[in-house]
Design a protein around this ligand. Structure first.
Ligand code: APR
Length: 238
């Protein structure tokens, strides 16, 4: 018997209890920074040092934060589904590495990764644990002035969209965790799932902007709501 295929989309809310700032909560990142200055190609062209400083600050904080019970629960879900001939596709809008550090494997970082850098000149993508600067040269093409964070900015095409849409289209269940549903295309995934006849669920601190699209929902902190849902989901199969 085929196991269950589940697709999970996560947003910054799943990392909030690890101490990683969300974007649109009252004390969020966009209350402190103008996204046009630090998260757009135009902002990078105008002031690359400001953009590198914004991401360097966030990259420096990564080693000091740890995965929480919600990240760990999703890693347990993946292992549990695979053991039952199923699959978990984890699409994340987050650029932190907390899902990886919790043990998840099948991850699609649709908005890129803080721990990587990209060269504008040759396109090479390389690991980046420390600070980035516009003065750095690319380790592959050796050109200067082209190193940028491997992060998808507003107005750029998110990554792995074909894989994400393919997984959603054939899933048994689509679950959205810790996202406000403010930014497309991720905010449209629940509607795509519903149109494909896939059950949908929202797990969030509070109803998101597209809460009405979901056929089921549970509200509360991710570290309590997600582990409880994972336990129930895996027990259903035993
Ligand atoms: N548990 C569960 N959900 C939480 C928690 C928590 N402890 N804390 C906050 N949330 C919820 C908030 O209620 C909100 O709905 O997480 C969501 C965070 O929403 P945003 O701050 O808008 O972050 P996100 O949805 O990830 O933003 C999407 O926007 O700026 C871009 O690229 C950026 O990937 C980001 C995208």
């Amino acid at each position: 018997m085929r196991g269950r295929d589940i697709v999970v989309l996560t947003g910054s809310g799943i990392s909030a209890e690890s101490g990683v700032a969300t974007f649109r909560d009252k004390d969020g990142i966009w209350a402190q920074y103008d996204y046009r200055e630090v998260a757009t190609p135009e902002g990078f062209a105008a002031n690359p040092d400001l953009v590198h400083s914004f991401y360097n600050d966030r990259r420096r904080k990564l080693p000091s934060v740890d995965p929480n019970a919600a990240h760990t629960a999703l890693a347990d879900l993946e292992a549990g589904l695979v053991a039952r001939d199923g699959r978990l596709t984890l699409i994340t809008q987050n650029v932190d590495d907390l899902h990886e550090r919790a043990g998840s494997n099948n991850i699609l970082h649709m908005h890129g990764e803080l721990g990587k850098a990209a060269c504008i000149h040759c396109g090479d993508i390389s690991a980046c644990a420390g600070d980035l600067s516009i003065d750095d040269d690319c380790s592959v093409c050796r050109q200067k002035g082209g190193m940028r964070p491997y992060v998808v900015w507003f107005g750029e095409m998110p990554r792995f969209m074909d894989e994400a849409m393919a997984a959603i289209a054939c899933a048994d269940l689509f679950v959205s965790i810790g996202t406000s549903g403010s930014v497309y295309p991720a905010a449209g995934f629940a509607g795509e799932a519903r149109a494909a006849g896939v059950d949908t669920m929202e797990l969030n601190l509070e109803p998101s902007e597209n809460a009405h699209v979901f056929s089921d929902s549970r509200y509360g902190p991710a570290t309590s709501v997600v582990p409880e849902w994972v336990r129930e989901t895996l027990n259903e199969h035993d």
